[in-house]
Write a protein that binds this ligand. Structure first.
Ligand code: 2HA
Ligand code: ZN
Length: 272
C-alpha cells in the first residue's frame, strides 16, 4: 500500500515555496520554475516506480542524470495555482536510459509537461552536482527589485556582486561565491541552459540579464534563502541608488565578516 503523494514532504515543500514566491510578487503569470532532485527510495513509498504514465522527449542529453527522479513545475502553469492543484501544475519525472526522455511518474494531469526551462534546470543540476554532490534544488524566478536593478546597474558579475554585498551586512556571508551574470539571451533554449550551467560550476546564483535569476542549493530553504537575500540587497540598492551615498560597508569590513564567519569568498570581487 503506497502512501498519499499529497502528504509527501517534497510535494508539500513545492506547494509552500511556490505559494510563497507568488505572494512575494516574484512569479507573475507563468513566471518561474523549480526542479527538485528526489530520493528514489522516498518516492517509492508514494508511487509505483515501474508505472510510467507517459514518455516526454526533453530535446537534449542528460546522461549523468539517467535514473534520477525530479519533481518539476509545469510549462505554462502559474505558481499561484500550484498549492490548490499540485497534480496538474507539478510533475514527477525520471530520466530514461537514453538520457533524452522524461518518464512521467505522476502529475501534469491535464496532459501538460515540464517547464520550458528544463534544459537550464537539468544542465544546472549536472553542473552543481559535479561540484557539490549534495545539491538538490534549482529555482528560477523574476524577483522585482533584482530585475529593476538589471536596468540601472552594469551587468558585470564582479561589479554586480560587489554592489549587492554592500547593501546588507550579511550578503557576503550568505553568498560569498558571488553572483554570476549572463547577458540577455533567448530563454527556453539549450543555449541559455548551457550558459547557465557553465556559470553554475562557479556560482550558486546566476542572473539572467533583464529576465530574472537562477539559484541552486542543497535544500529548498537554502535555495530560496539565496534568492531572497539577493532580492533584499537589490531592494536596498533600488531604494538608495538615486540618492547621495553617505555611508557604505567598506571592503575591509566585508573581509572581516567573511573571515569571522569562515566563508571562502571571491577576493577578486573586492578592491583590496
Ligand atoms: O517558465 O520564467 O523563463 C516561465 C519562465 C521562463
Ligand atoms: Zn523566467
Amino acid at each position: 500500500m503506497k502512501k498519499d503523494i499529497l502528504q509527501a514532504p517534497f510535494v508539500k515543500e513545492m506547494r509552500a515555496v511556490t505559494a510563497n514566491m507568488y505572494r512575494l510578487g516574484w512569479d507573475e503569470r507563468n513566471g518561474g520554475n523549480i526542479s527538485y532532485l528526489l530520493d528514489e527510495a522516498e518516492v517509492g513509498q508514494y508511487l509505483d516506480l515501474s508505472h510510467v504514465l507517459r514518455e516526454i522527449p526533453t530535446g537534449f542529453s542528460a546522461k549523468p542524470l539517467v535514473g534520477k527522479i525530479f519533481i518539476v513545475t509545469g510549462t505554462g502553469k502559474y505558481f499561484k495555482n500550484v498549492d490548490g492543484d499540485p497534480e496538474t501544475n507539478l510533475g514527477i519525472i525520471r530520466i530514461k536510459e537514453d538520457g533524452e526522455t522524461a518518464q512521467l511518474l505522476w502529475g501534469y494531469k491535464d496532459g501538460g509537461k515540464f517547464t520550458s526551462e528544463l534544459p537550464a534546470h537539468l544542465m544546472s543540476h549536472m553542473a552543481r552536482l559535479s561540484v557539490d554532490p549534495a545539491n538538490r534544488v534549482v529555482m528560477h524566478s523574476h524577483p522585482t527589485n533584482l530585475l529593476a536593478m538589471n536596468y540601472v546597474h552594469e551587468l558585470d558579475e564582479a561589479k554586480f556582486t560587489h554592489t549587492l554585498w554592500e547593501m546588507c551586512t550579511e550578503c557576503i556571508v550568505v553568498f560569498p561565491d558571488g553572483v554570476g551574470v549572463l547577458p540577455w539571451m533567448l530563454c527556453g533554449t539549450n543555449e541559455i541552459g548551457e550558459a547557465t550551467a557553465q556559470k553554475m560550476k562557479e556560482f550558486r546564483l546566476v542572473v539572467w540579464g533583464m529576465h530574472g535569476i537562477y539559484g541552486a542549493g542543497k535544500t529548498m530553504d537554502e535555495t530560496f534563502g539565496l534568492i531572497e537575500t539577493v532580492e533584499k540587497a537589490a531592494q536596498i540598492y533600488m531604494l538608495t541608488c538615486n540618492r547621495p551615498r553617505v555611508n557604505t560597508i567598506r571592503d575591509e569590513e566585508m573581509v572581516r565578516l567573511a573571515e569571522f564567519f569562515g566563508v571562502k569568498y571571491r577576493k577578486d570581487f573586492l578592491h583590496l
